[in-house]
Design a binder for this molecule. Structure first.
Ligand code: NAD
Ligand code: UDP
Length: 338
């Protein structure tokens, strides 16, 4: 299939390009590079030996979208382009609604104009909010606690209404848990532009000497060791979920959400210990109070994805930490050195 990948130069997008091309799909990227560099695509091309059409532009720009649709004529779209920092979303709510909801609307309008009827959307487990029960299944109530989470839920609603308004449209909503890790080549990986918000890139930057110590936010949660628990998923497994979702869109109509996680959860301390095994060093830590808005634990029930997409995660925790360390140690300054 011909697949347009918005935000394809980003962390998850770049890994997904490789998996799509490995399955014989033709890909095209639309990215405005607000959180990526074109060097990513140079590396993905080298790794996949494949052609990638690319356009520099904003997913909210109708003229740019029409140009991409005309030139590339996609059969389907994988929509990653968006903003993802929870804290920043509270400071800049309109920017987040504009990019994450407005971007999705503009994209669907352009797809309608080009008669493109299949989309796969990057949503997040954060749409669930404080758990009534764990693991979350897709029927769990949705009540996101941040602006970011609300933009994702709103985009899900827009996609669902779009997909159900005509019989031949398909929207697959992937609710990611916590993506970590890097491609086995160590040529692409997560490269946060500022101080990392997320646990894994922060630990990796401590290990490489860019930061002094990991701050552990909260040791008094109702979890076995008191630190927060998450369902971490290897980014290559996540990327493969998009390939499975693409196959699914060919067989189905309407909109459907899927949890994309492993079904296992690990605490902050578990992650530190696993990273220490991978890098052979001790990771200095310091204790701090809970981070505002954090919940104690989350975990996916990925049964629906297994049953209906035929997808399940295959990488374990050690594969996640080892690949993160391989990427970080081979690229201490990320893509900056390119
Ligand atoms: P990322 O920032 O690495 O990738 C997003 C890409 O979109 C970047 O290349 C950026 O330059 C581009 N982009 C941003 N705004 C754009 C715009 N207006 N027009 C065109 N391009 C634009 O992030 P990621 O971690 O790869 O996440 C991809 C998607 O998955 C996002 O939608 C994010 O919300 C979602 N998601 C991420 C996580 C996570 O923890 N990484 C978890 C759940 C969901
Ligand atoms: N965390 C931490 N220190 C950090 C970053 C994160 O202790 O510098 C904890 C955080 O409180 C949570 C877990 O690590 O319990 C995962 O946080 P992350 O931001 O990676 O993911 P999210 O909170 O979005 O699930």
């Amino acid at each position: 299939m011909r697949v347009l990948v918005t935000g394809g130069a980003g962390y998850i997008g770049s890994h997904t390009l490789i998996e799509l091309m490995a399955q014989g799909h033709e890909v095209c990227v639309l990215d405005n590079y607000t959180n990526a560099t074109p060097a990513v695509l140079t590396r993905v091309r080298a790794l996949s030996n494949g052609k990638i059409a690319d356009f520099k532009g904003d997913v909210r720009d109708p003229a740019m979208l029409d140009r991409v649709m005309q030139d590339f004529a996609p059969d389907a779209v994988v929509h990653f382009a968006g903003l993802k920092a929870v804290g920043e979303s509270q400071q800049k709510p309109l920017t987040y609604y504009d990019v994450n909801v407005g971007g999705t609307l503009a994209l669907l309008h352009a797809m309608d104009r080009a008669d493109c009827r299949k989309i796969i959307f990057s949503s997040s487990a954060t749409v669930y909010g404080e758990p009534d029960y764990l693991p979350y299944d897709e029927a769990h109530p949705t009540r996101p606690a941040s602006v970011y989470g609300r933009t994702k839920l709103m985009a899900e609603q827009v996609l669902t209404d779009w997909a159900t308004a005509a019989p031949d449209r398909s929207a697959v909503i992937l609710r990611y848990f916590n993506p970590v890790g890097a491609h086995a080549s160590a040529r692409i990986g997560e490269d946060p532009k500022d101080i990392p918000n997320n646990l894994m890139p922060y630990i990796a930057q401590v290990a490489i000497g860019l930061r002094q110590a990991l701050t552990i936010y909260g040791d008094d949660y109702d979890t076995p060791d008191g630190t927060g628990q998450r369902d971490y998923i290897h980014v290559v497994d996540l990327a493969r979920a998009h390939v499975a979702a693409l196959d699914y869109t060919c067989k189905t109509c309407g909109a459907r959400p899927f949890n994309i996680g492993t079904g296992q959860s690990y605490s902050v301390i578990d992650m530190v210990r696993a990273f220490e095994r991978a890098c052979g060093q001790t990771i200095p830590t310091q204790q701090a109070p809970r981070r505002a808005g954090d919940i104690a634990a989350m975990q996916a029930n990925p049964a629906r994805a297994r049953a209906e997409l035929g997808w399940q995660a295959t990488h374990d925790l050690d594969a996640m930490t080892a690949s993160t360390w391989a990427w970080q140690s081979a690229n201490p300054k990320g893509y900056d050195a390119c």
